[in-house]
Write a protein that binds this ligand. Sequence first.
Ligand code: DI6
Ligand code: FE
Length: 402
Amino acid sequence: MLDRVWVNASLCTMSPRDGRDGLGIIEDGAVAARDGRIAWVGARRDLPTSGAEVVDLGGAWLLPGLVDCHTHLVFAGDRAGEFERRLAGATYEEIAREGGGILSTVRLTREASEEALIEGALPRLDSLLAEGVTTVEVKSGYGLDLPTEARMLRAARALDSRRTVSVRTSLLAAHAVPPEFSGRQADYARLVAEEIVPAVARDGIADAVDAFCDTIGFTAEETRWVFDAARRARLPVKLHADQLGDTGGAELAAEYGALSADHLEHASKAGLRAMAAAGSVAVLLPGATYFIREARMPDVAAMRAAGVRMAVSTDMNPGSSPTRSLLLMANMACTLYRLTVEEALLGITRHAAAALGLQDRGALEVGMRCDLGVYRISRPAELCYWMGHNPCTGRVVAGRDA
Ligand code: DI6
Ligand code: FE
């Protein structure tokens, strides 16, 4: 028995089977759901007859629900003032070294209640959902002490009771050095490893552990302490790696079998090959490249040559990527990084799901969650082509209209 079927649509299954290309296009297709999962997908003429409710999509395109796999969606305040300073000549790195940047968001986030964090995040989340996002990852990292990191993660987890969306959370306590540890970075990294990671794991409020391993972040050695703690707590790891300089982040992520390494503007070819061998996904964040005017782009040619899966995400955060649009990131991944449309769309669906360790979504395949996005477009390339236009007209989560 099928519960519901969607017909009169072209499908981007993102499932390259039966000689289809990477987008797995089925023209005049149909999708059917049972108990929140996809029970049937194929050409409409082959659809078995059933008593299911039929939804006519009027010729729209249907994709798996989009996955935004790297966001800092929960935070207090904004950093528009720093943006003005940067326009007057200051750099992102300079502002960070003066105690602004991430730490200015930390000051405001520490003062915010859980409810205030939720209320602040909801409009940003709504912008993502309006484009067809059905799964979103949210990081902590603006608390830098156990109570605030935990409050951020609980606020992120609570978003799925306010909206119809799957939320995955990552503990990013190793994001910056808090003011009370100024000059004692290693001591703070030890606190993260010895106290914050175990406590958050005990509370079961994080799905993964992330760290910022970079020239203005933590060293490779400090990152190891945090990753070893994650391993002891049986939590998978992810890494902000090689964004501002090559500190061996890609290699380190691969060594720990990370779900993903993210940014990677300065990653070495050897690091990318190690990631491919480890199955770690490269998460590309063109909004950050653009917003901080980073001249160097990730080495996409080396990623292709190595066979690393590429995802694309917003990195939505107040400092380096204040965007609310995943589709705009798909556009920028194509224009700035020269991804193909197929790569960009895989990057916000199947490969983004892989970056979160989720095998049950990101494609239209039997057995996967029935999370769908409906788009009023005439060809898939339009999803990457428009800048600042939202062609999404419907969203389905676990088989129900959302
Ligand atoms: N890399 C980023 O892009 C964000 N964090 C990080 O480690 C930036 C966060 C911020 O500037 O608030
Ligand atoms: Fe980030």
